[in-house]
Design a protein around this ligand. Sequence first.
Ligand code: HEM
Length: 205
Amino acid sequence: MVLDPIRRLKWLLHLICLAPLGWAWLHLLQGGFGADPVKELIHFGGKTALQLLILTLSVSPLARLLRQPALIRVRRLLGLWCFAWACGHVIAYLLLELAGDGWLLLSELGRRPNLLLGALAWLILLALALTSNRGSQRRLGRAWQRLHWGVYAVAILASWHYLWSVKSLSPEAWLYAGLLAGLLLWRLWRRLTPAPYATGPAARR
Ligand code: HEM
């Protein structure tokens, strides 16, 4: 059986998205997470989710730049992995830091607005993940496109959540925010400038 290149790329991306889990496990066993492994694990999950969000939003510009429209087919996979890592981040916080106490989570969300931004981003990601299949796309029609523009709100909320969570000035947090801002500005620029060679709805995203 010969797999087409995009299917091979999908397999590779599954492995790449899973790899941080193995890395975190080994790092944990070797004591590499330092004196506060719980905090480090929570941060690791959050950062991996953000990296995958950046990768997801990079697919369209890359497909254009490389003139490979078929690359768009890997976008859903990356978005779902971003959601999976965001879930891992929240579950690690809930189970390891708050001992599984859901009420404490709600009170923390009320007390710390930086966490509320993360929760909003997570809720939008949940809606996007649940409606990412072809059936929902068909059922929702044009509303599907509008709903999935929510990924831009996720980019803003998640960067803000990160910038607000780090207590001191963090060049890393600003780097992530800058990359996401660049990807959003690219889309804005594409919307505002007519592209004579645009080939369909996928070309506009
Ligand atoms: C219910 C949703 C969420 C909760 C409760 C939550 C909770 C937290 C907590 C407790 C921290 C540690 C900082 C602190 O203690 O102030 C944190 C940091 C972070 N979170 Fe979230 N988060 C949520 C959603 C998200 C989402 C959706 C993303 C990304 C897509 C994300 C990305 C990050 C990043 C990048 C950091 C900073 C890591 C670092 O400092 O190295 N979080 N979050």
